[in-house]
Design a protein around this ligand. Structure first.
Ligand code: ADP
Length: 540
């Protein structure tokens, strides 16, 4: 027997309509690409999104068509999100840090019909335009006065497009499983693969993301997503914040410590979200300028492991709660958040939990398995391949067979290696391709990196496996020294030896000026392995 409840589809447009009607005066503030601070409200955003939706329909964009964006976090990008999905088309967010060849591949694979591009990113589209097979036109996201010179054909001006259409539009209704946005994984090996989200998955993810123990979003919060809208929808914040009518602050293209600091202070931001590299820059700025952001209550840090030293600095020096989170493109992206339980009152225990990636958000189920697929115990010791399933996790990659993403039992293999403890906290020890195999046993690089980064003379650290005649592979510690110091290998070992399993201690330490980062701000271990793969260890 079925329940007697209305079968109303969960559609993204309803978020903005709701925000207009119930939090219409709440602000959305942007540092624009042109350099000014732009301020308007959810009501204005809804009006402009409707105009843009009419414009898109006039351009013959139809249900299911892909419309790309190559843009920073701004109010205009926000409007495109809602206008495109509101008419049943798909927002395909492009990462400006991708290689030209990857960009061409994904734009052709996605069959992008239009691309919305920021003024300072136009050259990236110009560079690939001749190879784009489906592109009908380009919309430059600015007003007439700031339109750049360009070699592109069929170029439209965003503000003119909006001005030339009315806001008379009722958002249309369609199946909630209709595709809404598309994001390709950066694919360090092989071609990038597309995660195609639906209205339903986005909406359920938005409900979950707003919960107090997830991103804690509500109308009284002021949220600054530093995490880009071009990468997994800025962790869903443009949807979750709209659902609850939170004030949104978009940082545009300027992500350096001083610029982010300025917005945090001027707009009384209460919660900001981003990857660890962003917070390194902000914390360095705070130390140098001897300042901080008084209204900031919480930072959400994920995308790569948050070092313990960073959690301590935020919490102990500034009284700002760190929410360490884990997820991935294929998971919309929220997977886990690490918050100590109320019963955990001991500081050491609380910190031990916070450096873990955390407990799954309701809606995500997870387990660890060995190489035969057998489930491993949740004891915090056994580590294995992490698998997940749930209503916002991809079923299959765009245009690929389901077998590429799922095992026969219906779980998505994350490619991460992890433990799960008896309290339900998951801890990533490595990405499976980065695990170091020493004498038939696995060494997880993240714990070593975390420890090395708590050394006061180390700014950043990465650990890779290098070949060893006896042990197969042994860990090499690569550090970016801090404050003009250069700790030796012996210094590092002396610092780490009582805190780490003895055979996990690195066999050598090398210094580097900066770590190579990929398109999503993660350390590129492939590059480090190329550079240091033939490093001769003193123990070899
Ligand atoms: P990419 O496009 O680089 O694959 P994703 O954002 O999808 O980008 O990357 C997801 C991966 O990032 C995860 O599988 C995991 O390896 C890593 N990751 C994300 N958050 C964390 C975290 N808090 N700690 C450790 N690793 C993380």
């Amino acid at each position: 027997m079925l329940g007697n409840i209305m079968d109303q589809p969960l559609l993204i447009s309803s978020l903005l309509r709701h925000a207009d009607r119930t939090s219409g005066d709440r602000e959305i503030v942007t540092r624009t690409v042109e350099g000014t601070i732009h301020r308007y409200t959810y009501r204005d955003a809804h009006m402009r999104a409707r105009r843009l939706a009419n414009a898109l329909q006039a351009l013959d964009v139809k249900l299911g068509d892909r419309v790309a964006t190559m843009a920073w976090n701004t109010h205009r990008h926000f409007e495109v999100y809602y206008a495109v999905s509101g008419i049943g088309a798909v927002t395909h967010t492009l990462n400006p840090r991708l290689h030209g060849s990857q960009l061409t591949y994904i734009m052709n694979h996605a069959e992008d019909a239009y691309v919305f591009v920021d003024i300072n990113l136009v050259a990236l589209i110009e560079a690939v335009a001749d190879d784009l097979e489906h592109l009908k036109g380009v919309v430059v996201m600015t007003d007439r006065a700031h339109m750049p010179e360009t070699s592109l054909a069929n170029v439209l001006c965003y503000e003119e497009l909006i001005e030339s259409h009315s806001d008379d539009l009722e958002w249309r209704s369609f199946d909630e499983n209709t595709a809404s946005s598309l994001c390709y994984t950066s694919g360090t090996t092989g071609n990038p693969k597309g995660a195609l989200f639906s209205h339903r998955s986005t909406m359920i993810h938005a409900y979950a993301s707003a919960l107090p123990d997830v991103l804690h979003m509500g109308e009284s919060e002021v949220i600054l997503p530093v995490v880009p809208m071009f990468h997994v929808n800025a962790w869903g914040i443009p949807y979750g914040a709209t659902m609850v009518g939170a004030k949104l602050v978009f940082p545009g293209p300027r992500l350096d410590g001083a610029s982010i600091h300025e917005l945090l202070v001027d707009e009384d931001v209460t919660c900001a979200a981003g990857v660890p590299t962003i917070w390194l820059m902000l914390l360095a700025h705070w130390r140098e300028a001897e300042t901080q952001a008084p209204a900031l209550k919480r930072t959400v840090i994920g995308g790569s492991a948050c070092p313990e030293s960073m959690i301590r600095e935020f919490q102990e020096d500034y009284g700002i709660e760190v929410r360490h989170a884990w997820g991935m493109t294929e998971m919309s992206p929220l997977g886990t958040v690490s918050i100590p339980k109320p019963s955990m009152t001991d500081d050491t225990e609380r910190m031990r939990k916070q450096i873990k990636q955390g407990r799954p958000v309701f809606g995500v189920e997870m387990r660890i398995v060995d190489d035969t697929g057998a489930e491993l115990p949740r004891d915090g010791v056994a580590f294995g391949n992490l698998e997940v399933r749930g209503p916002w996790i991809i079923d299959n990659y765009f245009k690929l067979d389901r077998s590429e993403s799922q095992n026969a039992a219906g779980w998505f293999a994350t490619g991460d290696v992890a433990t799960i403890d008896a309290d339900g906290y998951m801890e990533i020890t490595d990405r499976s391709k980065d695990v170091i195999k020493s004498g038939g046993e696995w060494i997880g690089s993240i714990e070593i990196e975390n420890l090395a980064m708590s050394h006061p003379e180390v700014a950043q650290a990465a650990v890779i496996g290098v070949p060893h005649p006896k042990w197969d592979e042994r860990p090499l510690l690569i550090i970016v020294p801090a404050g003009g110091k250069s700790p030796t290998h012996d210094d590092m070992i002396a610092f780490m030896e009582n805190k780490l399993t003895k055979w996990w201690l690195p066999d050598d330490t090398v210094h580097i000026d900066e770590l190579p980062l990929g398109a999503t701000g993660k350390v590129l271990k492939t590059k480090l392995r190329e550079q240091f793969g033939d490093h001769t260890l003193p123990t070899a």
